[in-house]
Each structure stands twice: as C-alpha cells, then as structure tokens.
Design a protein around this ligand. Sequence first.
Ligand code: ADP
Length: 237
Amino acid sequence: MKAAGTSLSASRIAKSYVVGTVVTQVLAEVDFTAEPHALTLISGPSGCGKSTLLAILSGLLQPDSGEVLSMGTRLSKCSSAQLDGHRRAHTGFVFQGFNLFPALTALEQVLLPLQYLGVTGGKAQDQARAALNEVGLDHRLHHRPAHLSGGEQQRVAIARALAKRPQLLFADEPTSALDRRNGAAVIALLHGIARKHGTAVVCVSHDQRLIDHADLLYRMEDGRISDTSSRGRRLSS
Ligand code: ADP
C-alpha cells in the first residue's frame, strides 16, 4: 500500500546470494518506508545486509520476493531499460568511494548526468553551478579530483547527485572515508537537501554520528529490521 506522502516503500523483501552450492539468506521480511523532506537512515553492523537493501530499494538489484514501490512505480514490473529510465529520472546516488572521473573537473562531473537527461547549454551550466554552490564549492569549479580533498570530492559527488533535483537520493556509507569534520559537513548537507528540496534521502551507514541526524532510523541485524525509530522515538520493534 502507498501511504500519503511516501516516496519509497518496500514490503516483505527477501534476498539470498548463491555462491557455489552455498545459499546465504541476506534479507528476510524487510518492510521499509521513506518520505520526502526526511533523512532516513539504515544502520547496523557490517555484513547485516544494508547495502543489499539499498541496492534493492534503488532498483539496482531485484529481490527474490517482496515488492518495492518507488515514486508510484512497482519496480518488479519494470524491464531493465525501464529501471534505468526510472533511476535516471528520479534518483541520485552518493557512494563511499566518491566515484568521480579523474580526468574531469568538478563542473564537468556535475554536467555529465545532466547531459544524459538531455539538459545542455546554459541551463545545464546554471544547474551544475547552483549545485556546486549549494555544497560550498563554487571556488573549486575547475579543479580535478586529484586537487581536491576527500571532503571536497564527496561534496562534488553530492552536487552531481543533486543537480538534477532527484526526488530520491541514495547514499551508501557517505562518511566512512572522511574525517570527523568533513563527515559532519556531509551529514549536514544531506539533511539540508532533504529539508530544502523535499528529497527523500535514504542513507546506509554504521556511522554513529549519522544517527543523531536521522529523521527515521531503521536498525538492522542479520538481514532483518530489528528496530525502527523516528527522531529517537521508538515506533516498533
Ligand atoms: P552491509 O552493507 O551491511 O555491510 P551487505 O549487504 O554488503 O552488508 O552484505 C550482506 C552479506 O551478503 C555479507 O555477508 C556479504 O558478504 C554478502 N554479499 C554481499 N554481496 C554479495 C554478492 N554479490 N555475492 C555473495 N554474497 C554477497
């Protein structure tokens, strides 16, 4: 069922990986909801299934069973071309390792996904510069990754995700390669994006600092949601 205001919901998600003859169940009976204007955090120890869940929620991976409803689209009914189109139109991604192209300047990194969407010329320049301005990098437009700090590289990656104004922003361990100060800046940016643009920000992390900033927190253990809380208030267990 799609609740009012819900951007993303998943019900009864299950996923196993098969390696040789060994079948490992990674997710079981996972229900999940993310809403616009909110930072939703999936937290839990390494190996509990957080990245697998994020990949399923974003349509990068199909579950064995269960359903994901993303911006009104039932992902299990989509062809891979439709999933690509859905991701391009609605979602942005931020990864732990930044995933920037070494040869491109900050401005070019942000322009690239806009071009894939058919946004070009002055409009693309305006959107890319506005996104870099929002992450505080308007003075680094023409720098390549090798000449940017880790924190600055992650902010370029956030600007790249932000420039097309996605309704859904997925971030996988966005602070784990950063020191305390840069990690705090990235957390504040992600929270600000949710607040300012109404984006549903879905973040996977075992970073304790992120928990204080989450509007909605899903704690995972062994492939299951063990606890859900909203701004520190327990909703269910
Ligand atoms: P987390 O993000 O919480 O660290 P993951 O979702 O990355 O957890 O992984 C959950 C479990 O699934 C781990 O035991 C991991 O080794 C296993 N796993 C992840 N991806 C694959 C894969 N492609 N093939 C086989 N096993 C995998």
